[in-house]
Design a protein. Sequence first.
Length: 360
Amino acid sequence: MIMTVILFLVVLSVLVLAHEWGHYAAAKKMGMRVEEFGLGFPPRAWSWKGKDGMRWSLNWVPIGGFVRIKGESGGDRHDKDSFVSKSLPARFFVLIAGVLMNFLLAAALFAGVFFIGTQAITEDGVESYAIVTEEAIRVADVLPDSPAAIAGIEIGDELLLLNGEAYSVGEEARDVLLSATENDILEFVIEREGVEQTFTLAEAYVEELEGSGFGIALLETGHVRYPWYRTPWKGVQVTIGYTIAITLALWDIVVGLVTGAGISADVAGPVGIAAVTGEVAARGITHLLFFAAILSINLAIINVLPFPALDGGRVVFVLLEAVRRKPVSEKLEAVVHNLGFFILIGLIIAVTYRDIVQLF
């Protein structure tokens, strides 16, 4: 449990550091003074000042982080190194830079997964330039309360023999299952973590199938990786695909909240994400990298939402200033962002409470 928490905090810290580094680098590029770069939220645990006078800090609340830029709250308007003294495009770039960094990090993590390689379904074919090894027929799914589940067959098991025959084509192995009758007994020889095991299964009624079956899905798989020069573009492609999918899922969640359906069961707080992080890490480094990339995309999308206290909410005020041709009241903007911050904290607490209840 302790290692799971530590691993979660490490993953979260990397994602937050990337996000805040985007704001920091963009602000420096635009000639703004960065007053503090903090990992976690106050109170401070430890801090020090760099040669340029900027404070680096580690804070006691280990979730999140921040970059404090001079004048970002509307003050110091007449100082050339303040946020509000810069042009609207410059401010927009600084606000959106953290989101861009999270998308870039996701693409880089996906590229790492494709370079290292991972188990993937190969039955429908892969790109001609993909490098496929360790080809096998594996168990892709096991239905609950089915003969396969009761016998102890697990997802990921490699099928060595089916009724004494070795198969290399998934469709041929599935045909054996489909052609079986209630009186047939099939022998599965599988390999799990280097150990061969034999299971004898007979058909039985499976609720999800609404009929008789073994409750097992077999697919051709292999360890798929890509040449290094192909992986960056593959990373970008997958990032775009998951960005669209996560955005649509987030829209459904927002609609559910607005219509009174409550917080979706798919939404997890820090406790829920930490638990999943531990489960994913147990499957190997590529699974952890893949999961971190998904989290990075989530962080980017959530931050770009036009909600107070988020980067997207601050962008809204920059756009309002562009339309009105004068800045919004400093006090009004501060009130709006503070209110948004407390709403977000309340939502995090509610989701975290639900996660803890589900754990116990």
